[in-house]
Design a protein around this ligand. Structure first.
Ligand code: 5GP
Length: 179
């Protein structure tokens, strides 16, 4: 897989170090609180697993499976939530764990949907953010890395449902992978 993608833009070592920092910060911020860590699948699966283990407070885990329409290398702007939470989040602190925030539409939609279940708070932790692409101003409490406007794969992120298992983050080589 390395040959297709060339040099990683975020290496495994950088990822590990940053996630450790995020875990520390979240541990401090949510100490003594009733935290439910909600992962947005599939994209956040790798980040979620590492982040959850870097958080050192007792907390609940839960997941939403979300699909965006189409599987091309761009955001369609439409989101479909396939599953519901299994935890009752009423009165609890929800931290939404995302792989990447691009336009902001997905996060905005999920926050609105979750708010209906009346948690005490909803915040967002995203591994990646593309600030140049934002069309909606969504509050991001924790951001792993800000990246430029390039389509990235690996570490949970896909291209046509593949490459999620690439252990680092790389820019998609459009010449090897034409749409
Ligand atoms: P938003 O709703 O913020 O525009 O888009 C968020 C979703 O778009 C992400 O959860 C992800 O599925 C997809 N996305 C946006 N940028 C990228 C990217 O660079 N690589 C991949 N694999 N998916 C992306």
């Amino acid at each position: 897989m390395e040959r297709i993608f060339g040099r990683p833009i975020v290496t495994q070592e950088e990822m590990r170090a940053r996630i450790k920092e995020l875990g520390k910060q979240i541990t401090a911020d949510y100490a003594g609180k009733d935290l439910v860590l909600v992962g947005v699948l599939k994209g956040a699966y790798a980040f979620y697993a590492d982040l959850a283990r870097a958080i050192r407070i007792p907390m609940r885990v839960d997941f939403l499976i979300v699909a965006s329409y189409g599987s091309r290398a761009k955001t369609s702007g439409k989101v479909k939530v396939i599953t519901e939470l299994t935890e009752d989040v009423r009165g609890k602190e929800v931290l939404l764990v995302e792989d990447i925030v691009d336009s902001g539409l997905t996060v905005q939609y999920l926050m609105k949907t979750l708010a209906k279940q009346k948690p005490r708070s909803i915040k967002v932790c995203t591994l990646l953010s593309k600030p140049d692409r934002r069309t909606i101003d969504v509050p991001l409490e924790y951001v792993g890395f800000k990246i430029p406007d390039q389509y990235v794969v690996g570490y949970g992120l896909d291209y046509q449902q593949k490459y999620r298992n690439l252990p680092y983050l790389a820019v998609l080589d459009m010449e090897s992978n034409p749409e």
